[in-house]
Design a protein around this ligand. Structure first.
Ligand code: DOR
Length: 403
């Protein structure tokens, strides 16, 4: 047993109350006042906010295949440092998880090295090449989602077939919506959204749009939801907080979809507030400094270590969303959508927990980064809500404060 003393827990929409929480056998055993037990470790949590550990459905862990950028060990360490307890990993790996045999290469590494609950996506097409459909029927027993993230699936015969298999097996398709021929422009995104929504009408399945970044895409998705189609979308912290009105200062601001205008950023913020975008996802995409500084700088920024405090600071602390909505968009909604186990702060729930220091500010520095790569535009950023403690199944997997 462990007792977490003096945590804040949420009651209702915004009411944080001070409680003690006892954790035993991987579960929240008791929530009360002045809990005590003999010979049990007690941690004074100094009125930090105890939340369900975050669920991030868009993470590039890079292993197998690209361990110079990130490994399962370093990527999941970044996850627990940032307060995440469950992640879904993207399939742009080598081998690509396009068959059960290839997926098993990844599953074996995850089984020994992952610090978090990890659910890999399988790729929609073989090698993510968009030419031949992966073995999706067989892969359905092993994964919660199919995606070719990094590229869009622009072969609509294949996409329709994938939608049918996903629909039959209750699997989510996550779309990197990008129409061939339009680069990474706004049009590339929203025209792909429009075409995919059209296809979904005759091939119903759970359909999820990744990292949506344009006002027009949010409008299309909102209308599709109103129409009753089974559609959701995620938004990233960077598309909510950064714009390209004055260009981008350096390659640590370069990702795909790229940063957009302040009007599109405002549309993303509105989409989050109105729940058109029902979840935050990081698109954690590590690349080495050498790669990012090269002429062919790859797209992507890391995000796991900064997402929760950035969203807390700019949305909850600023009064744009409630504390309850914060929990919904960072854990409950992604878990529900992708059929992942979800915890809540109540007796009997699985103790997958994070502890946010909402009373003190912190400046994020390069030297604290635990990811193997440090390609993030948020170095130097000051925020509230830094994660200080992460428990998975009741075990402390990350702690960085002394009580
Ligand atoms: O910025 C990005 N990085 N967008 C993607 O779609 C792929 C990702 C990566 O794998 O680096």
């Amino acid at each position: 047993m462990i007792i977490l003393k003096n945590v804040l827990i949420l009651e209702g929409e915004n009411n944080l109350v001070k409680k003690d929480v006892a954790i035993s056998s991987g579960k929240i055993d008791k929530i009360g006042d002045a809990l005590h037990a003999c010979d049990v470790p007690v941690i004074d949590c100094k009125e930090m906010w105890l939340i369900p550990a975050g669920v991030d459905v868009h993470v590039h862990l890079r292993e197998p295949g690209f361990c110079h950028k990130e490994t399962v060990k370093t990527g999941t360490l970044a996850a627990v440092k940032g307060g995440f307890g469950t992640i879904m990993t993207m399939p742009n790996l080598n081998p690509t998880p396009d068959s059960v045999a290839n997926l098993k290469v990844q599953l074996d590494i995850l089984a020994t090295d992952s610090l978090v609950h990890c659910y890999p996506f399988a790729s929609v097409t073989v090698g993510e090449k968009g030419e031949k459909i992966s073995d999706l029927a067989e892969l359905s027993s092993y994964v919660k989602g199919f995606t070719d993230d990094g590229v869009g699936v622009n072969n609509y015969e294949i996409l329709a077939e994938a939608m049918d298999i996903a629909g039959k097996n209750n699997i989510v398709i996550a779309s990197h919506a990008e129409l061939t021929g339009y680069g990474t422009s706004e049009k590339a995104e929203y025209l792909a959204c429009e075409k995919e929504i059209e296809l979904l009408r005759s091939h119903p399945c759970k359909y999820h749009f990744c990292h949506i970044s344009t006002a027009e895409s949010f409008r299309l998705i909102s209308n599709a939801k109103k129409e009753g189609l089974n559609v959701t979308c995620e938004v990233t912290p960077h598309h909510l907080l950064l714009n390209n009105d004055n260009g981008i200062p350096n390659n640590n601001y370069q990702m795909n979809p790229p940063l957009r205008s302040s009007e599109n950023v405002q549309a993303a913020v509105n989409a989050l507030i109105s729940s058109t975008a029902s979840m935050i996802a990081t698109d954690h995409a590590p690349h080495t400094a050498e790669e990012k500084n090269s002429e062919k700088s790859p797209n992507g920024i890391t995000g796991l270590e900064t997402a929760l405090p950035l969203i807390y600071t700019h949305f909850v602390k600023n009064g744009l969303i409630s504390h309850k909505q914060f929990i919904e968009i960072t854990s409950e909604n992604p878990a529900t959508r992708f059929n992942l186990p979800f915890t809540s702060i109540e007796e009997g729930a699985t103790a997958d927990l994070a502890l946010l220091d909402i009373n003190n500010s912190h400046t994020f520095t390069a030297c604290e980064i635990v990811s193997k790569s440090s390609n993030t535009p948020f170095i130097g950023e000051t925020y509230f809500g830094k994660n200080c403690l992460t428990l998975i199944n009741g075990e402390i997997v990350y702690r960085n404060f002394v009580d």
